[in-house]
Design a protein around this ligand. Structure first.
Ligand SMILES: [Zn+2]
Ligand SMILES: [Zn+2]
Length: 337
């Protein structure tokens, strides 16, 4: 039976889906094999009204079962970006389908990657067949870090620059941002509360400090030129927003990657005095995943060993989300289909 896993009222249901016998021109039939649970899946669940249903899952890899495209053949390993883009709106015309105004994306109300069949047009796919599959499900997370650093470059950050960079939150996205900062030879520090995440960061050879210790350090006060906030405020945690002005230098640049459920305060006087620039990040185009493939393909198997802390079969999808939703003692939680 072809099915999808649909979330409603605190649990997943397995629901049969239609599977066309014949593929249209350019269509590719894929069996998703691994889906990583992302902070934004958790965010979508946490803000979901009890009466509505959701189809989580956008960090995925799968194997091609059948193809009506000359670019893909049976057995290929593929992934796709989260957002497909309508190809009609202004953002899509500008080459930014991740900012599509008619938001068509995986992990929302209509379609998610937690299913045993997905049919996508070849233009949305990325071929990963040449890569080692260990840790490959992390490719979208690596791409989020790539996208974050493109934004940071827009904000003035350059490789090898001596400016001080702080990364809030050592979940998978924060960890990849720190790995990227390390690769770029930046003067960075990662800040995290959770013991397990601190452990993972150390295993990956990253500069990391516990939040409490960072707040006590005199030379951290008002001294970071660039800050990437990968925290967010899920599971009643406060996130790092409230610490921003403590660490931000004058003319500091803040990129917000993590999602906040609650409204966060901006005190106009304080933020003005600090001459702050803030940017929010929304998604990423396919080209950035392709860039992540080039930059991270050799590292993913090792990174996966440290970062993927939990793997569940799709039968245990509820358990997988319960653990991920706690946002404690976890790195990446992966569901195998
Ligand atoms: Zn994600
Ligand atoms: Zn569009």
């Amino acid at each position: 039976m072809k099915y999808e896993l649909v979330y409603k009222n605190g649990k997943f249901d397995k629901i049969e889906i239609e599977s066309p016998d014949v593929l249209t021109e350019g269509a590719v039939r894929i069996r998703p094999t691994e889906v990583g649970i992302c902070g934004s899946d958790l965010y979508s669940i946490e803000i979901l009204p009890g009466t509505e249903s959701l189809r989580p899952g956008h960090e995925w890899i799968g194997v091609v079962e059948e193809s009506n495209s000359s670019s893909y053949q049976k057995g290929d390993i593929v992934t796709s970006p989260v957002s497909f883009g309508c190809q009609k709106c202004r953002s899509c015309y500008d080459g930014k389908p991740n900012n599509c105004l008619n938001n068509q994306s995986l992990g929302g109300k209509e379609i998610g990657a937690l299913r045993n069949e997905i049919i996508l047009q070849d233009q949305y796919l990325i071929n990963l067949s040449h890569l080692n599959q260990e840790g490959l499900v992390l490719i979208e997370v690596a791409a989020v870090a790539e996208q974050a650093f493109l934004h940071m470059a827009d904000l003035g950050l350059r490789a090898g620059k001596k400016d001080r960079v702080m990364i809030f939150g050592a979940g998978p996205v924060g960890l990849f941002c720190a790995l990227k900062a390390k690769k770029e030879g930046l003067n960075y520090i990662l800040v995290e509360l959770d013991k397990k995440r601190i452990e993972i960061a150390k295993e990956l050879g990253l500069n990391i400090i516990a939040t409490g210790a960072a707040l006590l350090k005199d030379d951290y006060h008002m001294s970071f030129d660039y800050i990437i906030d990968c925290s967010g405020d899920g599971n009643k945690k406060s996130g790092f927003w409230k610490y921003f002005l403590h660490f931000a230098s004058v003319s500091s640049k803040l990129l917000v990657v993590g999602k906040y459920i609650n409204e966060q305060k901006i005190n106009s006087v304080l933020f003005t005095n600090r001459d702050v620039t803030i940017k929010w990040m929304r998604g990423l185009p396919k080209s950035v995943i392709e860039k992540a493939v080039v930059n991270w393909k050799e590292d993913l198997p090792d990174i996966g060993k440290s970062m993927i802390t939990h793997e569940f079969s799709s039968v245990d999808v509820d358990k997988a989300f319960d653990i991920a939703l706690r946002r404690e003692n976890t790195g990446k939680v992966v569901v195998k289909i």
